[in-house]
Structure formats: structure tokens, C-alpha cells
Design a protein around this ligand. Structure first.
Ligand SMILES: Nc1ncnc2c1ncn2[C@@H]1O[C@H](COP(=O)(O)OP(=O)(O)OP(=O)(O)O)[C@@H](O)[C@H]1O
Length: 302
């Protein structure tokens, strides 16, 4: 018998009054994948995460976590979460909160290892009210891991972390993924998604508009960008294959569907100091997918 997927979402629909936040979303994530949920503000990512955790009642659809209902899965410690507005009780010490949460789970992550994994060494005696934003997020990670959950749901987990903290956080996540945990995270840091996720799911208006490896999603955008230094009055918009022009200070970035044709015209038209040509980044791809409102998934990694 095959084991059930880590996460199985079918026809999920979430409404807040008249607002349709999630619109019949389907998503199946096998165990062991690291999946980034991407999308603009208000796309529905947090609503999906909250529905998966059983924190809101969907208008329609179903959620299965390792074959269990959300409530069952949370009770059994199958899922750990870091939420965007995750709170900590005030006037308590970090160690006390961690101890309390660990004791509520049937399986507990060994404390010494948990402290190292979450990077909260030296914080256990600290009052939760005296934590910096990044330290608070690391404590929330420790709480999410306390029950040694096979599935981790992270909603913008690094939003308050500095560059070093983010790097350490994702190194930890990669280690957890290598150890067989399923990691699903929502983020606006597309560089993180590109570096960490083996699958990205782009959500727009409560639907999946792209689902695949980062390479597959990037390949969806065929264009390139050409950057160079140019005088502000140089006319570029009407050159062959140009789809957009952005100016920052003296640097111009031209988006093109045919870099050769655009470059030939640019060279005939004048010099190209500080020339740089690059392929689409994940950010270009996601922006393009969101702005064009594609409605068909572009191929899934299963
Ligand atoms: N509690 C709520 N009451 C009413 N509307 C809500 C509520 N929560 C979310 N919404 C609306 O539902 C839609 C989806 O919001 P959601 O927070 O799920 O998006 P998101 O992709 O997580 O956005 P962000 O990236 O800004 O966190 C938005 O239109 C939002 O305004």
C-alpha cells in the first residue's frame, strides 16, 4: 500500500464574507518535498496555510495531512507551523514556553538538538518580551519543531530575520528536508524560493497558476533583459522585440523577447557601455505569471 501524501488539498475554497480568498485550489505534496508558495499580497497563501491547519472553516473542499483531517493531524503532532502573526505568551521565559509546548506532543524533539536546530542557544532564560524580531521567529521555529512533525508549514518565516539569520534558517530547513521532513513555505523572497525549494507553486486570486520546479517556472518566461548605461533621452521603447524599459539612475534595463534582434538594433543605434544580458529570474517569471493571470498549471513535479 502506498503511503498518503504529506498534504492533499482538493477543491479548497475559502471565503471571508464577500471576499473569495481561495478559489477551488487543488494541491498534492508528496512526503519529502520542499515547496514554496509564491504570489502577490492577497493572493490567498495565508488562507491556504490557515485552512490546512484547521484554523478556519473552508466554504468547500477538503484537506488531508498524511491521510488525516487537519484537527487530527495537529493533535497527533503531524504538522508544525510558523504563522505570520504567531504569538507568544507574554511574561514567560522562552524555556518555559518551549517546555510546555513540547509536553503537549506525543513525540518530542530532543531539547538539546531542538535548541541547536532552531538556533536559540542562549535564549532559553530570556523573557519572550525581550526578543528581537529575528530571535522571536527562531523561537517560533523551535515551537513548530517541538513535536518533531513530519510536515512543516511556514508562512513568511524569515520576514524579520537579517541576512545571516535567513541563511542559517534555510540551511536548517535544507537539513530537515534531507532528513525526510516535508517543508511548505510561503514567501515574498523569491531568491530564497529559488535556492531552497524543489518545487514552486504560484498562487494568484486564490488559484494555482503555476506549479513545477524552479527551472520549469523560469522557462515559462522566454524573454531576457539587457542592461547598460544610457542617456535618459535615448529612445528605446520602439526597438525590435522590446517589451518594456525601466530606468534607474543612468542604468537602463530593457526586456526583450529576442535579445539578438534588440542587441543588433542597439549597436546600430549607438554604444552599449556596461552591457549585461541575463535570462529570466524566478522573480521575472512570477511577476509575469501574476500579471498575465495564467489560469492553467504549467506542469507539476510529482
Ligand atoms: N480575516 C480576514 N477577513 C477578511 N478578509 C480577509 C481575511 N484574511 C484575508 N482576507 C482577504 O483574503 C484574501 C487573501 O488573503 P491572504 O492573507 O490569504 O493572502 P496572502 O497571499 O497570504 O497575502 P500576503 O502575501 O499579503 O500575506 C485577501 O483579499 C485578503 O484581504
Amino acid at each position: 500500500m502506498t503511503s498518503p501524501p504529506a498534504l492533499d488539498i482538493t477543491g479548497l475554497t475559502v471565503r471571508y464574507g464577500d471576499t473569495l480568498a481561495v478559489d477551488g485550489l487543488d494541491l498534492t505534496i508528496p512526503s519529502g518535498q520542499t515547496v514554496a508558495l509564491l504570489g502577490a499580497n492577497g493572493a490567498g497563501k495565508s488562507s491556504v496555510v490557515n485552512a490546512v491547519l484547521g484554523l478556519l472553516n473552508p466554504a468547500a473542499g477538503s484537506v488531508g495531512i498524511l491521510g488525516r483531517t487537519p484537527a487530527d493531524a495537529v493533535r497527533a503532532g503531524c504538522v508544525g507551523a510558523m504563522l505570520q502573526h504567531g504569538g507568544l505568551p507574554s511574561e514567560a521565559r522562552v524555556g518555559e514556553v518551549l517546555d510546555l509546548v513540547r509536553r503537549s506532543f506525543p513525540t518530542r524533539w530532543p531539547l538539546d538538538d531542538l535548541v541547536v536546530t532552531a538556533g536559540i542557544d542562549g535564549l532559553l532564560e530570556r523573557s519572550v518580551d525581550a526578543l528581537s524580531g529575528g530571535q522571536r521567529q527562531r523561537v517560533l521555529l523551535a515551537l513548530a519543531l517541538a513535536g518533531a512533525p513530519p510536515l512543516l508549514l511556514l508562512d513568511e518565516p524569515t520576514s524579520a530575520m537579517d541576512v545571516e539569520g535567513r541563511r542559517a534558517f534555510w540551511t536548517t530547513m535544507r537539513g530537515l528536508a534531507d532528513a525526510g521532513h516535508t517543508v511548505v513555505f510561503a514567501t515574498h523572497h523569491l531568491d530564497e524560493a529559488d535556492a531552497v525549494a524543489d518545487r514552486v507553486v504560484v498562487v494568484a486570486a486564490g488559484r494555482v497558476v503555476a506549479d513545477g520546479s524552479t527551472a520549469q517556472v523560469k522557462a515559462r518566461v522566454t524573454g531576457r533583459t539587457i542592461s547598460f548605461t544610457a542617456a535618459p533621452d535615448r529612445r528605446l521603447e520602439s526597438l525590435p522585440a522590446v517589451t518594456g524599459v525601466a530606468r534607474h539612475g543612468g542604468t537602463v534595463t530593457v526586456a526583450t523577447t529576442d535579445a539578438d534582434a534588440t542587441l543588433r538594433a542597439l549597436l546600430a543605434d549607438g554604444g552599449l557601455p556596461d552591457l549585461e544580458v541575463r535570462g529570466a529570474t524566478l522573480e521575472d517569471a512570477v511577476l509575469s505569471l501574476i500579471s498575465t493571470g495564467h489560469t492553467h498549471p504549467i506542469g507539476a513535479v510529482r
